[in-house]
Design a binder for this molecule. Sequence first.
Ligand code: DC
Length: 217
Amino acid sequence: MMRGGPVLAVDGPAAAGKGTLAKRLAAELNLPYLDTGLLYRAVGRLVLDAGQDPAAPAEEFARTLKAEDTQRKDLRTQEVARAASQVASQPAVRSALVETQRRFAQARGGVLDGRDIGTAIFPDADVKLFITASPATRALRRFLQMGEDPKAEGATARLAEMAAALQARDAADAGRQTAPMQVAADAVVIETDTLSADAVLAEALRVVQERLGTHAG
Ligand code: DC
């Protein structure tokens, strides 16, 4: 399939810094950016709105998904994340969203972040990155992102709860039958525990340069 530009796959577990990196890479390389998690979150949200169990068949919601469903402001909650992970385990939901993702990068290429971009959506991606960090680091990052103060009363318990929720979701995403989260054989793994966002970007750009032989999009 001929594409109008390079495709960069940025996969990894929840709260590892994929989104931050992918957005910055896209800006740096002048490529379109797609947060594919939003597609599954939007489906999960619609399922919850309909009063349906996220474990029940949700293909119809995925097939009729509209752009505005993915632009809602209420997709970042833990409840939606959990529902997203559940609907994402359904093969029919995943296959209903494949074309949307492939079409996104058709005209100009793109940077896509998710779980299965380098393994299932674009096995022929030009660059594959797998961004990860320890569960403790990821839980703390997500905690801070949510505006929580780690020194506040009850913070330790809430942080532990957050870590448990992230780990449960990672286990489900890595353990499902269809397109589980895994490191593609030709992916470069970046461990971000001890790296700043700038250092992660620099490392990613180095990989891009190596793979594409250029910096420019
Ligand atoms: O990236 P995120 O945390 O917003 O993703 C929410 C859920 O969606 C995640 O737990 C699993 C699912 N997902 C997926 O299965 N495949 C993707 N490419 C992106 C997300």
